[in-house]
Design a protein around this ligand. Structure first.
Ligand SMILES: C[S@@+](CC[C@H](N)C(=O)[O-])C[C@H]1O[C@@H](n2cnc3c(N)ncnc32)[C@H](O)[C@@H]1O
Length: 231
């Protein structure tokens, strides 16, 4: 994963815009709205890449820093691109593996993830680390590719992903393999419905998901229980 993202880092933002026709920006704004960010909250953008969610969370658009924001990722090339973006200086960029986070327990009020969970080598271990780093009552929100409920739509979607990622890989990176990891990782990923069970099994409460674009994308969410909600 690390070497793959190292290879695509330079044109990663452009690729996202081309592949989603710019829609990923709208979906990320939606996740940020759902996160209910406000002044003083401690926010972690995990698997931050070039920092889209971290930048959104600092409130650069409104010029009122709402939250203290940490962006963590294990691919230095991705964060190097992120650090050069306007507004990036107000973010704390930290090199770290989501499966062994370098933060004490209960460090964050929100953990936000864009297209990250699907790529974790051990999803259960990653969810466990996120739970540990959230304060009781703190919330995880994750935006990722989803699996449409309809088997026909799902099959068509995989075909579309294979064709479009091959084309984009070649056109923007001269590497047909570079983006084929998306359909491959999606096949292995539990996606919006099964992820709920996995999150609950890890200890999250108030779990749910919202589907976008016929379930081809989804935002999953859940909370670390407080003493009251655990009893
Ligand atoms: C598809 S990119 C998403 C980047 C950004 N969050 C976004 O929404 O555009 C996935 C990122 O996850 C990071 N990643 C994957 N597994 C990771 C792990 N175990 N620990 C930290 N970062 C990880 C990769 O380095 C990459 O930057």
């Amino acid at each position: 994963m690390r070497s793959l993202f190292g290879r695509v880092a330079r044109r990663y933002n452009l690729t996202n815009d081309v592949m989603s026709l710019g829609l990923h920006r709208r979906w990320k704004r939606y996740l940020l709205e759902l996160a209910g960010l406000e002044r003083g909250l401690r926010v972690l953008d995990l698997a931050a890449g070039t920092g889209d969610l971290a930048l959104g969370a600092t409130g650069t658009a409104s010029a009122t820093p709402m939250a203290s924001v940490v962006a963590a990722d294990f691919t230095p090339e991705m964060m190097r691109v992120g650090r050069k973006r306007p507004g990036a200086a107000s973010i704390h960029w930290i090199s770290g593996d989501a499966l062994d986070l370098p933060f004490p327990d209960a460090s964050f009020d929100r953990v936000l993830i864009g297209y990250g969970l699907r790529n974790f080598a051990d999803l259960s271990a990653g969810l466990g680390e996120i739970l540990r780093c959230l304060r009781p009552g703190g919330r995880l929100l994750s935006l990722d590719f989803g699996k449409p409920g309809s088997p026909v739509l799902r099959r068509l979607y995989y075909r579309y992903l294979e064709a479009s990622t091959t084309a984009v890989g070649w056109l923007l990176h001269r590497d047909v393999e570079a983006y084929l990891y998306i359909p491959e990782s999606l096949r292995r990923y539990p996606a919006q419905r099964e992820l709920i069970g996995l999150m609950q099994g890890t200890g999250f409460v108030r779990c749910g998901f919202l589907e976008l674009l016929f379930g081809t994308m989804a935002i999953n969410f859940g909370e670390r229980p407080t003493l009251a909600s655990a009893s």
